[in-house]
Design a protein around this ligand. Structure first.
Ligand code: CA
Length: 230
């Protein structure tokens, strides 16, 4: 059951949106200001965020930036709610990269349809399953990995680790994110496990080991330009 976070300061609209999403069997999280909304999103990692633009404290734009700046919510679809008078804001929002918009007043049915469409798109993007980056090619559905066209012999964990790094497409992936996505750990106790597996994966990459770079104090990344890598 997908979880949807609704961030909206107007209580009647929050109730209306939550009610209509719950009717569709979504789990709904609520926040009535930007700070709570962002904190809740990072903590619970919802499948989608319905985000009002005009919020007390941190407004919708700032919350949106916060979501995009954190690896946990970087790819979470965001449906923005804007008032009619905020058309200029819609343009700004588009530039920011929000996924879709609903202008107030909106029909609950329209909102639910947009949510469904966004979730469909998001889940389709994940099992697109074929990832190409540098010398790597991964077919997630077939569980096959290739390096310079040759099939690699990776363990399940190494495969997950490599695919998580590949999906970040050259962006640094935090240690906590890797531990959570690859192992399902939510604490930092197992941080040595991560380093051990990265070491083994690098060994299997042989002459291409330099593609996996350590980002000191953060985590790991795939080199965008491996000639710069050490
Ligand atoms: Ca508002």
């Amino acid at each position: 059951m997908p979880t949807i976070l609704v961030v909206e300061d107007e209580e009647d609209i929050l109730d209306l949106v939550a009610f209509n999403l719950q009717k569709e069997e979504y789990e709904v999280l609520r926040a009535s200001n930007g700070n709570d909304g962002l904190a809740l999103a990072l903590e619970r990692m919802p499948d989608l965020v319905v985000l009002d633009l005009m919020l007390p404290g941190r407004d919708g734009f700032e919350v949106f930036k916060g979501l995009r700046d954190d690896s946990r919510t970087r790819n979470t679809p965001v449906l923005m709610l804007t008032a009619k008078a905020e058309v200029a804001n819609r343009i700004t929002g588009l530039k920011l990269g929000a996924d879709d918009y609903v202008t107030k007043p909106f029909s609950p049915r329209e909102l639910v349809l947009r949510v469904k469409a966004l979730l469909r798109r998001a889940t389709k993007a994940v099992p697109g399953t074929k990832i190409k980056f540098g010398p790597f090619y991964l077919d997630k559905s077939a569980f096959k990995s290739y390096l310079n066209g040759d099939e690699m012999d990776l363990t399940t964990t190494e495969f997950k680790l490599l695919s998580t790094l590949l999906e970040a497409q050259g962006q640094a992936v935090e240690r906590a994110t890797l531990l959570r996505d690859v192992w399902g750990y939510t604490d930092m106790v197992h941080t040595r496990t991560l380093d051990t597996h990265v070491k083994r994966l690098r060994e299997k990459l042989g002459g291409d080991a330099h593609w996996i770079q350590t980002v000191r104090g953060i985590g790991y990344t795939l080199a965008v330009d491996p000639s710069m890598a050490q």
